[in-house]
Design a binder for this molecule. Structure first.
Ligand code: HEC
Length: 272
């Protein structure tokens, strides 16, 4: 820039009288170019744009904070969430969805688990935490899920997996053939005897409206998971409970047992 200024001054001093007007016009434009080059104008507009951009970001940020705090201030209505997100399916008779009436018999904790990890996960995907909690407590019963009554547990004399390995059905069949079929010898039953069988015990899945996981039988103990995520270890002969484990989500497949220590008695690992 200093160079441009000096050269303009030099050329001004060398002007003669005849071409004075033409000269001075050219010199004026040269001088203006030298004194106020485009560069500084561009710099100024760039600075202004940056400032405006920063201000806009600040305004946006502040309004986002204000909007979030306004939302926090207003409690989420479970009835509204139900209307918006659930009623289309659960208020209609005749589809597979359980009615609002049956949802109202479920514990709120169970409904929340269905939204978080269960069958309604895909539906609940866009829902916020507060909306999930609000709709679960709007619909469901308070107080969580009651544990099974003490009377349903086995007497201390009945130990888990103390039965015969011959009675096991721990894969897709009692043998490694995966036929989903057992022979007369394996079953200890003939075809003719089947119709004389009588119900010995029944097992319920409290609060569930569906069941899909096949049971696994291993050394006289039946393991079964449920839609509500309860894994139950049941004595195959009497139907009494050895233990119950509550998983985070629905247990959709059969429990997979695997020996992890072949000492006597073998220690097992159960995968769900
Ligand atoms: C698009 C339809 C649809 C919408 C929307 C919907 N559901 Fe469902 N819901 C179903 C169906 C179908 C089932 C039964 C699924 C099955 O048995 O496989 C079901 C089952 C359930 C169950 C029982 C699950 C179990 O494990 O037994 C609960 C609880 C439930 N829904 C809650 C809700 C809530 C709360 C909402 C709203 C946030 C909702 N659903 C929205 C269709 C829907």
């Amino acid at each position: 820039m200093r160079h441009a200024l000096t050269s303009a001054r030099d050329r001004m001093s060398s002007s003669n009288v005849c071409g004075a007007r033409l000269q001075s016009r050219r010199k004026w434009s040269e001088l203006r170019a030298a004194l106020a080059p485009d560069f500084s104008v561009r710099e100024l507009s760039h600075g202004l744009a940056t400032l405006l951009f920063r201000m806009a970001v600040c305004v946006l940020f502040l309004s986002a904070i204000l909007a979030a705090s306004a939302q926090n201030a207003a409690p989420v209505s479970g009835a509204d969430v139900y209307q918006k997100r659930c009623s289309t399916c659960h208020d209609q008779a005749g589809n597979r969805a359980p009615s609002r009436d049956s949802l109202q018999k479920m514990p709120a904790t169970r409904i929340l688990r269905t939204l978080d990890f269960g069958l309604m996960m895909a539906i609940a995907y866009p829902m916020k935490r507060e909306e999930r909690e609000a709709v679960a407590s709007y619909l469901g019963t308070p107080g969580g899920e009651p544990p099974p009554p003490a009377s349903s547990f086995c007497a201390s004399g009945i130990r888990p997996m103390a039965g015969s390995a011959k009675e096991s059905w721990a894969g897709w069949s009692p043998s490694p053939s995966n036929t989903r079929y057992q022979t007369v010898e394996q079953a200890g039953l003939t075809m003719k005897q089947v119709r004389h069988l009588k119900l010995k015990w029944a097992l319920g899945f409290p609060g569930d409206v569906t069941a899909f996981a096949a049971p696994t039988v291993l050394n006289g103990t039946l393991f079964v998971g449920s839609a509500g995520g309860a894994v139950q270890a049941v004595d195959a002969k009497t139907g009494c409970l050895h233990w119950v484990f509550q998983a985070n989500g629905p247990v959709r497949a059969a429990i997979l047992p695997s020996p992890f220590e072949m000492v006597q008695p073998t220690r097992w690992c159960l995968a769900i």
